[in-house]
Write a protein that binds this ligand. Structure first.
Ligand code: ATP
Ligand code: MG
Length: 383
């Protein structure tokens, strides 16, 4: 089967690598250059978007900020999975919040802000601190503001206005003002739903961020009560969207309760550990779902963690001498903070993983990997 992916980054690349043994041929639409490329080699394939849509058996997406006209074309072809309603809900925080409310899934209290009056009403109704997020085009913590005190309000509003003035005006922009959640930790659930409505979910993953960007994900056994709660929320959201493919839910954990932070209608960075830690990786399961193949087992085969390589195109090759340590590069040009690759580390138990992680840390400079001390301490706590 031929699969066209909208977006030609690392997620399309890893889908292509996972699809090859199944004889699935993946090509990708690079939104920036408006060309069709091989997502592994980045070689241009010489067809235009319309031709690629006609050639494909299935069209899917690796990110949610796809221009609406492109989404319409794909939706029109009848081959687009997940559907464009799901992609739009992931790319517009207003639609996302409405979806979560409709599905009856707990999320942070919020108010949509367009005018200055809305902004001050949000402060009054939701209280401080507030997290303000642009409705469109937000990712990796970009397009976000924190408002801690009333005295800072005029400056934050001025900043927001400046951001809105510079935004793409083809779609109405707005801000979602959210109550600040004092969470104990952040976790996420990645799962898949097929066309018949069958659903499978991976074990919950604990996520550690640096400056709003994912740094490390831990997939560990246990946590039955939370897993059940997350699974129910996943099923509610995926069913409400008539979703087909892999979907990720990011949560705040407060005590023993989960609140959905956001959804990602695609394979997700917090699911990269599945390449070494799960029976079937998220990339293969996404392709299986959209191609109408049976879903694969999502069972955790061994405790696994993932470390993102941000802004660096080199790590010591010695990391490959560690047992069950795997390096995945994305073949991208170096830029500060850019997701360049990741490391997956596995072990037969959490205590062995903690030991191996200590060995791995010796090869990763603290300046480039600032979160690793926190994760090491966390792993020792979890043993
Ligand atoms: P990404 O693309 O990396 O998922 P994003 O730009 O889509 O990021 P969010 O996930 O909404 O943005 O927010 C980034 C981080 O900011 C969250 O992981 C969390 O640490 C923090 N954050 C977001 N919303 C809140 C909130 N309401 N209360 C407390 N912290 C928050
Ligand atoms: Mg997020």
């Amino acid at each position: 089967m031929k699969v066209l992916v909208l977006g030609a980054g690392q997620l399309a690349r890893m889908m292509s690598l996972a699809g090859t043994p199944l004889n699935l041929k993946v090509s990708a639409y690079d939104v920036n250059s408006d060309t069709i490329v091989d997502p592994v080699t980045q070689q241009q394939l010489g067809t235009g978007l319309a031709q690629a849509i006609a050639n494909a058996d299935v069209i899917t997406s690796e990110f949610e900020h796809i221009p609406y006209p492109v989404q319409e074309l794909c939706q029109h072809s009848g081959k687009f999975l997940p559907n464009s309603t799901a992609i739009k809900a992931g790319g517009d925080r207003r639609q996302e919040k409405q979806l979560l409310d409709k599905a009856g899934v707990a999320n942070a209290a919020y108010k949509i802000v367009v005018t200055e009056q809305d902004f001050y009403q949000a402060i009054e109704q939701l209280g401080l601190p507030l997290v303000l997020k642009s409705a469109l085009a937000g990712y990796d913590g970009k397009g976000q503001w924190r408002l801690k005190t009333q005295a800072d309000a005029p400056a934050v509003w001025a900043d927001i206005q400046q951001f809105m003035a510079g935004a793409d005006h083809t779609l109405p922009q707005a801000i979602v003002a959210e109550q600040f959640v004092r969470f104990d930790r952040e976790v996420s659930l990645v799962g898949a739903r097929n066309q018949a409505g069958d659903m499978v979910v991976y074990p919950l993953t604990e996520n550690h961020h640096v400056s709003g960007v994912l740094a490390v994900s831990l997939a560990l056994p246990g946590q039955q009560q939370l897993q059940q709660q997350a699974k129910q929320m996943f099923e509610a959201v995926a069913s409400a969207l008539d979703y087909v493919g892999v979907l990720a839910l990011e949560f705040f954990q407060v005590g023993d309760k989960l609140l959905v932070n956001e959804i990602a209608p695609r394979v997700h960075n917090s699911g990269h550990w599945t390449q070494q830690g799960a029976d079937t990786c998220q990339f293969e399961n996404h392709l299986r779902a959209v191609c109408g193949l049976p879903l694969g087992s999502t069972a955790l085969v061994r405790p696994t963690l993932m470390v993102n390589i941000l802004g660096e195109d080199h790590v010591s090759p010695a990391v490959l001498s560690l047992p069950s340590c795997h390096l995945h590069w994305y073949g991208k040009g170096k830029r500060p903070g850019r997701k360049m690759g990741h490391i997956n580390l596995s072990a037969s138990s959490t205590s062995e993983l903690a030991q191996r992680f200590d060995q791995l840390r010796q090869h990763l400079p603290e300046q480039e990997f600032p979160e690793l001390d926190v994760v090491a301490a966390r792993l020792k706590q979890l043993q």
